[in-house]
Design a protein around this ligand. Structure first.
Ligand SMILES: CC(C)(COP(=O)(O)OP(=O)(O)OC[C@H]1O[C@@H](n2cnc3c(N)ncnc32)[C@H](O)[C@@H]1OP(=O)(O)O)[C@@H](O)C(=O)NCCC(=O)NCCS
Length: 279
């Protein structure tokens, strides 16, 4: 780390460091690592951040997480009133309200930090990004754990509200202005009110599946089982009603021809597809 970086780093962490020195619960090294990752997060995730000094002086989202890390430290050490006072100072200075009890992982970034509210029992993993106007709040009906859990790598778009003790899976994205009240699967994108997935693992949800070559096996298995059961029934029927034998034989033959046509059709498609160049 260069001298100017060291100086800037010292300035921004000085307030919290004196308190942290007294700590036995939270190591100074651990907190300094978290603060460094918060600073790095700005440079990694905001192309507009020109340099370290600009990040340190001009990003209210960074000021908010630094003050929160101090408030959370005081909260963990059960100091009366002081954590809430720091949290209120944070709100006054940045417009961002984070309850001192909220647990926030490394590399946290609030872009365009303003109007963000993070409730008491919120848990946030590493490398999470929030935009302005996000609420990680309660529904007002729950007690105990009543705020969201955001796993690693989650992004929450501007103005989105995530309400209740819902879990947002790893690397999920929540669209701007969404209202999320149910769990969100990992690696998915959720939009709207109430939030619904529009993408899961990079694939559009609800889009027609035209990949006939890779039809799921359970469908083929179900068809095979149905055909087998129909044939068994027909055979029993023939034994019970010998006078109907001719009629049933004819129906069986027609059925087999129809099925053969279907199987031939898919077989031809597979052969054609296999012969086509990839890409
Ligand atoms: C949701 C988001 C992450 C895009 O994700 P994506 O996986 O690329 O999704 P797509 O752009 O392919 O959109 C998928 C569908 O959701 C819709 N959609 C996208 N974002 C939406 C939103 N915020 N609200 C409602 N619908 C939205 C699209 O219109 C599209 O609908 P369609 O399938 O009917 O055409 C993005 O639109 C977003 O909201 N980002 C937040 C950015 C932000 O807060 N910026 C603030 C900067 S100051």
């Amino acid at each position: 780390m260069s001298f100017s970086k060291k100086t800037a780093f010292f300035l921004i962490t000085a307030g919290g460091s004196s308190a942290l020195m007294l700590s036995k619960k939270t190591g100074l090294g651990q907190t300094v690592k978290a603060v460094r990752s918060d600073i790095d997060a700005i440079r990694e995730r905001d192309p507009a951040a020109a340099n370290l000094l600009e990040a340190l002086t001009c990003y209210s989202g960074l000021h908010a997480i630094l003050l929160h890390r101090i408030a959370h430290f005081l909260y963990e050490h059960e100091l009366p009133l002081a954590p809430r006072l720091v949290s209120q100072l944070n709100r006054f200075l940045t417009g961002i309200e984070i309850h001192p009890a909220a647990r926030i992982g490394d590399g946290f970034f609030i872009d365009h930090g303003a109007g963000v509210v993070i409730g008491e029992t919120t848990e946030v993993g590493d490398n999470v990004t929030l935009y302005q106007g996000v609420t990680l709040g309660g529904t007002g009906k729950e007690t105990g754990k009543r705020h969201p859990t955001l796993m690693d790598g989650v992004t929450v778009g501007a103005g989105a509200k995530v309400l209740g003790a819902v879990k947002v899976g790893e690397n999920a994205k929540i669209g701007a202005g969404s209202v999320v009240i149910h769990d969100v699967p990992a690696n998915s994108t959720v939009v709207g009110n109430p939030g619904r997935p529009v993408r899961e693992r990079g694939r559009k949800v609800g889009a027609a599946d035209i990949d006939w070559t890779h039809l799921p096996d359970p469908v083929a298995d179900a068809m095979r089982s149905l055909v087998r059961r129909v044939v068994e029934l027909e055979n029993e029927f023939k034994q019970a009603f010998p006078e109907k034998k001719e009629e049933i034989d004819k129906a069986q033959q027609e059925g087999e021809q129809a099925l053969d046509k279907v199987f031939d059709y898919y077989q031809e498609r597979e052969i054609k597809k296999a012969g086509q160049p990839k890409g």
